[in-house]
Design a protein around this ligand. Structure first.
Ligand SMILES: NC(=O)c1ccc[n+]([C@@H]2O[C@H](COP(=O)([O-])OP(=O)(O)OC[C@H]3O[C@@H](n4cnc5c(N)ncnc54)[C@H](OP(=O)(O)O)[C@@H]3O)[C@@H](O)[C@H]2O)c1
Length: 272
């Protein structure tokens, strides 16, 4: 890709994106990062050889693509401060959780904006990245956004902004649900006398292995589950308890709660 990419914010997510872009072969001279912390800039230069700046400047005007990678609460203020350094023709990609396109577009004074939702496994290039591009975005810009975000994981495009918010209740928040599940597996055997270190390893590898099997299989997870559940066996007994406690209903409510909170936060953050 022959584009100049600037990132506003050089924190965890920007670092993950830089790492992915550099390993995908993007020329380091075409990657600029702005972060007000000298140590983060130094680490980005040292680890990846990209340009990193503590201050905005005319260098920012040269960007074809600008990734908005500061914390959501600080995005309005960051845009207000940097607006006169931004190329109005650039394609903007917001990875800020929750904030709606209409609000960011108002702050930027530009409609050339897509929203993306990465997740923490992006830090190890095993992420899911949601992408929503409004109808005003042309095919070339959409392809550019897709290519850039692919550096962090598998891109899943949604057909509406509401679908992107829904996606984030699973891929964005989901790693925490899975960590909770791992905690539960671990503590279930530790409480019964199993070695703690071995229990953790076993719980993590079980989730990893099952997820890999599901990802590689052509069968639905429900079928894979049925395949390992013999009638009258031990797995069936454990699943019976989960069904009695209505695990599916609990997860349904959890996803709804995450979605509701997302909308409240989007309303609040968008007021700026
Ligand atoms: N982490 C995740 O799993 C995840 C998932 C999905 C989406 N996101 C989104 O990704 C975005 C970035 O998250 P992150 O975890 O990478 O955040 P982060 O680690 O806090 O990185 C943001 C960096 O930008 C710097 N910064 C903020 N405002 C600035 C300004 N005006 N000028 C220069 N530098 C500035 C911050 O400095 P200070 O520390 O001094 O403020 C910080 O170093 C967020 O909007 C978040 O919602 C994150």
């Amino acid at each position: 890709m022959n584009k100049r990419i600037a990132m506003l914010g050089g924190g965890n997510m920007a670092r993950a994106l830089v790492a992915g872009l550099v390993s995908a072969g993007l020329e380091t001279k075409n990657i600029d990062v702005l972060d007000r912390n000298a140590d983060k800039c130094e680490a980005l230069r040292r680890d990846f050889g990209v340009n990193a700046y503590e201050q905005a400047g005319d260098w920012l005007k040269a960007a074809d693509v600008v990734v908005l990678a500061v914390k959501a609460q600080g995005l309005a203020q960051t845009i207000a401060t940097l607006k006169h350094f931004l190329n109005p023709e650039a394609l903007f990609i917001s990875i800020a959780a929750g904030i709606r396109i209409a609000d960011i577009a108002r702050w930027l004074g530009s409609q050339k904006l897509v929203r993306a939702m990465p997740n923490t496994p992006c830090l190890i290039k095993a992420g899911v990245v949601g992408l929503f591009a409004p109808a005003t975005i042309d095919a070339n810009d959409k392809t550019t956004a897709y290519e850039i975000l692919s550096a962090m994981g598998e891109v899943i495009e949604t057909t509406s902004e509401q679908q992107l918010d829904l996606l984030s209740t699973v891929s964005g928040s989901g790693p925490a649900y899975v960590f909770r599940f791992i905690e539960a597996l671990e503590s279930g055997v530790v409480r019964r006398g199993f070695d703690e270190v071995a229990a953790r390893r076993m719980a993590i590898l079980t989730v990893l292995g099952a997820a890999k099997l599901a990802a590689q299989s052509t069968e639905a997870p429900a079928k894979l589950r049925a395949n390992v559940t013999s009638k009258g066996g031990t797995t069936a007994e454990a699943l019976r308890v989960m069904d009695e406690r209505d695990f599916m209903e609990m997860m349904d409510q959890a996803i709804q709660a995450a979605y509701n909170r997302n909308q409240v936060l989007a309303d609040e953050l968008g007021k700026a």
